[in-house]
Ligand binder design. Structure first.
Ligand SMILES: Cc1ncc(COP(=O)(O)O)c(C=O)c1O
Length: 428
């Protein structure tokens, strides 16, 4: 059994900043926690210590530090009784292995969740979270700024299942109340939105949702639980594309859905019904990524902020969309609710032709052009939300670029962009 070094932290056990209250985390190199003297003084641990130890028990695997990759479908039982009563710790490959259990437990501890399931991609996590709570005839509210494939899932699959979607302005806050109908079952948020970086007042929305008995789902991929403890802020189901910062190396696809105690049973039940399980190698790599996630995320934050300030001073840039910058609309919400900012932000250029933007981007030598983010390498993409927003109008006044800032030397990144701006200026 994977020893839970840090017992599951219920949302109520987190202080307002989302940090564990002193005395909750306990670690032991000696007997299992269950055999320890309950009167022994508890030790508390910081986030990095928790990331290093969560979900691991080396002495379950001959002293080796990391939980190995268990591959397999069939799991043998020792007796008819054990088989029929499903007594064994593992039943079948789709239901979990020691490898998946290690990450599920670790993530639940880090996110302050009652339980977590692992699925093959971030988008699969979005769809599983929604399908765990809706039924035909229901209505869902979705922020207009969500990851576009989330919209496509709602418009195609939920629509086909007779679930109606209404998109709302991300800046509504408590006014979301006016959109609630008797059959509204879910509010789906993503804050900040992963292109336009719109912030949402999650605690205010959670308050409205819970008074109406509605499930609040949040795609928390931008901040991760390290910078936004979702369940402590009132989120019922939190989605994470582990493909991004948990992986950190652009070499896997993974999704995680964590739930508070109220929604855990139905999440787990729906997950088991689908058997939409993650691949063992990806889970192993994600466990490896987890151990250094805090360091990578904080470095991405530092680098991105430096680049964002540098870009704000460039004559070619009209606006920088970065929630941690003091002049950004939504900055006050970020400052109140978040514990940090990640390496993803956007800029709006002053008016420039498509040819000039292409000249800038095509010639970049360090910034790659490609989807996704959260890896060690810097990326840049042009984006345009004009065609698909329905509750808001996207009219930024110039070309929009999204940057994912990696771990390269920051001066090299600035030089790459400066050369790009020179090409932009030289092209009409
Ligand atoms: C905010 C957000 N959520 C979910 C996803 C989906 O993750 P995946 O690529 O693993 O399907 C992405 C991917 O870019 C994303 O940006």
């Amino acid at each position: 059994m994977v020893k839970v070094l840090f017992p599951m932290i219920a949302p109520a056990a987190l202080d307002v900043a989302g940090s564990p209250k002193a005395g909750l985390g306990q670690i032991s190199k000696g007997p299992p926690l269950s055999e320890q003297d309950p009167k022994a003084p508890a030790r508390s641990f910081g986030q990095r210590t928790r990331l290093v130890h969560a979900g691991r028990d080396p002495f379950e695997q001959h002293g080796f530090i990391n939980t190995p990759i268990y591959r397999g479908s069939t799991v043998l039982s020792r007796s008819v009784k054990e088989l029929q009563e499903r007594r064994a710790r593992f039943i079948y490959g789709t239901r979990g292995t020691p490898t998946t259990e290690a990450l599920e437990k670790a993530w639940s501890e880090i996110a302050g969740a009652a339980g977590t399931v692992l699925v093959p991609s971030g988008l699969a996590a979005v769809s599983l979270a929604l399908l765990s709570v809706v039924a035909a005839g229901d209505h869902v509210l979705v922020a207009d700024s969500v990851y576009r494939p989330t919209r496509q899932f709602c418009d195609l699959v939920l629509h086909r299942l007779a679930v109606e979607t209404t998109y709302y302005r991300p800046d509504l806050g408590a006014d979301i109340q006016t959109f609630i109908r008797p059959n509204t079952r879910v509010i789906f948020t993503e804050s900040p939105g992963s292109q336009s970086l719109d912030m949402q007042d999650i605690p205010a929305i959670a308050d409205v949702a819970h008074r109406a008995g509605i499930c609040l789902i949040m795609d928390n991929t931008w901040a991760t639980p390290l910078f936004f403890p979702p369940h402590a802020r009132g989120v019922d189901l939190a989605v994470e594309a582990g493909t991004k910062y948990l992986s950190g190396h652009s070499d896997l696809l993974l999704g995680l859905v964590s739930a508070n105690a109220a929604f855990w049973p139905q999440l787990r039940q729906t997950f088991d019904a689908f058997a939409m399980c993650a691949g063992p190698e990806d889970v192993f790599l994600a466990l490896r990524g987890l151990r250094s996630m805090d360091l990578r995320l904080r470095e991405a934050e530092r680098q991105a902020l430096e680049l964002a300030h540098w870009l704000a001073a460039r004559p070619e840039v009209a606006r920088v969309l970065h929630p941690a910058m003091s002049d950004y609309p939504g900055h006050a919400i970020w400052k109140r609710d978040f514990l940090g900012s990640s390496g993803l932000f956007s800029i709006i250029l002053k008016p420039a032709s498509p040819a000039a933007v292409a000249a800038m981007l095509d010639g970049l030598s360090l910034f790659g052009m490609g989807y996704s983010w959260g890896g060690f390498e810097s990326l840049i993409i042009p984006f345009d939300c004009t065609d698909y927003r329905t509750a808001t109008t996207w009219n930024p006044g110039g070309p929009s670029l999204r940057l994912q800032v990696g771990l390269e030397d920051i001066e090299d990144l600035k030089a790459d962009l400066a050369e790009g701006f020179a090409r932009l200026n030289a092209t009409s």
